[in-house]
Design a protein around this ligand. Sequence first.
Ligand SMILES: *Cc1c(COP(=O)(O)O)cnc(C)c1O
Length: 484
Amino acid sequence: MEYTSTRDCGRRVSSAEAILTGLSPDGGLFVPLEIPRIDIKALAGKSYNEVAFAVLHAFLPDYDEAFLTRAIHQSYGENFDSKAGHLARVNERTCALELWHGPTAAFKDYALQLMPKLLVEARRMCGEKGETVILVATSGDTGSAALAGFGGVDGTKIAAFYPAGGVSELQRLQMTTRTDRNVAVYGVSGNFDDAQRGVKAAFVDPVLTEKLAVQGKKLSSANSINWGRLAPQIVYYATSYLQFCAQGTISCGQPLDFCVPTGNFGDIMAGWYAKKMGVPVGRLLCASNRNNVLSEFLSTGTYNAKRTFYKTSSPSMDILVSSNLERLLWHESGSDAQVRAWMDALAKQGEYTVPTNVLAAIKETFACGWAEEETVFAEIKSIFARDGYLCDPHTAVAFAVLEEDGQSQGPAVVVSTASPFKFSGQVLAALGHAAPESAFGALRALQDISGQIAPRSLATLADKPERFQEIITPANISQMPLRF
Ligand SMILES: *Cc1c(COP(=O)(O)O)cnc(C)c1O
């Protein structure tokens, strides 16, 4: 099975090459030329890891089977408290797919626990030697998940750069308390964009590349457009569907709707691939926060990034350019020339419009909605009052959108992307309680009020020493990879 670029269909690469390269040299994203099918009925009764193997082996056929089995077991075993793909019943009609039982209590763990292993193996398969140095700029969640994923992986080093003062205390501690020998963490004076610019500059810095080459190292990114980050997310759509069948809530074959809190369109795009593979996914509801560029696009066909950027209580969805949408545009239009023209227009004019036939094809599967901040807070409160279910602001966006939509015929799944304890202060405020100043005070208060236990990985941060405290300027980012 081969992969091509969304912007140049003449290009052909294997799955290992797609994962190793990340972004196609023409600026496009790698997409599978054909989508493999799985027989969902034949997967009934299988474990999470067995389904993961079936899905990933189909998409990554050039990887050795024994390697894949081992990598999957290492990624989704003890790390996830045996709760990979956990579905929690919220009420009669709705389940929450809790994707936050992994090491950093957010859904990015699904991709970032496995992707480093796929990347190292891809280097071996493609005959690359030496070490891979990952640089990641983070506004919070990605950094900790990437550090947890690459921490201790042989043949790699990883440096994370976060805006000093721009991430929550818990998010900072999730990064700065890491003890793996191959990681480094730096605060950057400035905001997230400053940190990101510094990292991007390092990637194109010829002097740095040269110096690293002398040390036998090569830069790489763990960016969310890498196919190795998308593919692992297809699995939990299949496993949740199978759980519904097993419980008898739906009969096998009947469609099941998913509502997904969306930022970069990676999570929901995985749902689309699951559907095309043969998982009976019904509608995919794309839920946005106040940065509602995607829900506007899915309603009108115009993607307009020229708009005010809002900082919200669901920061991982505060995005104006959703990169993974490009994959959907390629699959639904079938034209690399069109995708190139749209992405060009987005870069130059800040907007593009797709023709009605493409929008209609997209709308066959996708619906959308968005929620204001007050709605999000009201939703956290009402779900807890009504159903006793505690959720974080990202998940609450999805609950609000699903409720407002009201079109699901049968049961629906809300994809829950972060533990409520990761956002204890905001959740407490939404529930109408004063939030203690300190992160751990807030976490304990939320435990008391909800009667639920915070993920151990968050609670134990309080006892760990901060290993990294250095604050650097954006201009100095490119020096840091040499220091390992
Ligand atoms: C990254 C993230 C999202 C958005 O996922 P995309 O794949 O970027 O659409 C939603 N919620 C949380 C908590 C996240 O960390």
